[in-house]
Ligand binder design. Structure first.
Ligand SMILES: Nc1ncnc2c1ncn2[C@@H]1O[C@H](COP(=O)(O)OP(=O)(O)OP(=O)(O)O)[C@@H](O)[C@H]1O
Ligand SMILES: [Mg+2]
Length: 307
């Protein structure tokens, strides 16, 4: 079984309008709302790929109740620690040209609520192969939140895929996650150096390992990703670029990595699956899904070069 951590879940609201213009009122053509947040998106992908998965999260208020109900409707198992604050909403306005996203920071979490999550998490991870930790952390949770959870997971024999940024990433590396997967912008920010070329990305992936990760992966959007594993370093490219919605491609990559670790797949296979699954996520208009026909079509054409 795989557990995904979603500390800052949300109700993702999407409005479709013909053309967004700032400062005007708009007639909304369509509105959709569903539970989101990176950990939930990762779980949706795993569920679609028929992998048993449980979400571990913090949830509160009427939005929290909506999140819990939506997960249940989607058939996703979740262990949600209650908090007194109101879980957040995100708003995306999509017009013919682009998407504009408004992200709330999330509710204030107390020390007692964080401790309660820690207890629930350590019980949950006992019989688990892999834990995915991804996404933002709500206000009030310590900068060492992911570091603490990585340590707990590893102490219980679970492998960890970490997709975090900023201080959370910096601290959590020291707790030795099995895989760290930031994107180029996130890794440039955490190490304070530009990541513009594939060489830069490989150096940054190596630095993730030097700081504590067993495997460092730096994702490069439509350009694929680079990976430094314990046995070799790889440069990974897709056979073609997929047009569509790039948001959530990283979540799909994290899901595929977790599935591969849970199955003990060899790295080249695990990496090729990750490339095909993440690229196939771009073809789906919302985060948290993959186009399985495109996944199957791309998989044999993924180019993996050992470097
Ligand atoms: N347009 C695309 N065509 C093909 N593959 C893509 C495309 N965009 C992304 N990918 C695949 O998805 C992976 C992750 O993408 P990206 O680097 O954008 O992640 P991210 O920034 O973490 O995304 P998010 O956090 O929104 O989920 C890439 O390494 C690549 O394999
Ligand atoms: Mg990401």
């Amino acid at each position: 079984m795989i557990v995904t951590v979603c500390l800052n879940p949300a109700i993702d609201v999407t409005y479709r309008v013909p053309e967004l213009s700032v400062g005007r009122s708009h007639r909304v053509r369509e509105v959709h709302a569903r539970a989101g947040g990176k950990g939930i998106n990762v779980a949706r992908v795993l569920h679609q790929l028929a992998e048993p998965v449980t979400i571990a999260g913090l949830c509160g208020g009427t939005t929290g109740a909506e999140i819990a109900a939506d997960l249940q409707r989607s058939g996703l198992r979740a262990v949600l620690t209650p908090i007194s604050g109101q879980s957040r909403r995100t708003v995306t306005v999509v017009d013919a040209r682009e998407a504009t996203v408004l992200n709330e920071p999330g509710p204030q979490v107390s020390a007692a609520e964080w401790a309660a999550f820690g207890t629930a998490f350590s019980e949950l991870v006992q019989a688990v192969r892999v834990v995915v930790m991804s996404g933002s952390v709500p206000p009030g949770c310590p900068d060492t939140s992911y570091a603490e959870l990585v340590a707990t997971a590893r102490a219980n024999g679970a492998a960890v895929v970490l997709d975090a940024e900023g201080e959370q990433l910096r601290h959590a590396l020291g707790a030795r996650p099995d895989v760290a997967k930031p994107n180029a912008v996130e890794v440039a920010h955490v190490f304070g150096r530009p990541v513009t070329t594939r060489r830069d990305a490989l150096d940054a992936a190596q630095l993730l390992c030097d700081r504590g990760a067993s495997t460092g992966i730096v994702s490069l959007g439509a350009e694929g990703f680079v990976a430094v594993t314990p046995s070799a370093a790889y440069d990974v490219r897709l056979p073609r670029q997929i047009p569509g919605n790039q948001t959530g491609a990283g979540d799909a990559l994290a899901a595929a990595l977790a599935r591969g670790l849970a199955r003990d797949d060899p790295w080249p296979e695990l990496i090729a699956d990750g490339a095909a699954v993440s690229a196939a996520a771009v073809a789906v208009p919302v985060a948290g899904g993959v186009a399985t026909d495109i996944m199957a079509e791309l998989r044999p054409g993924v180019v993996i070069e050992e470097v």
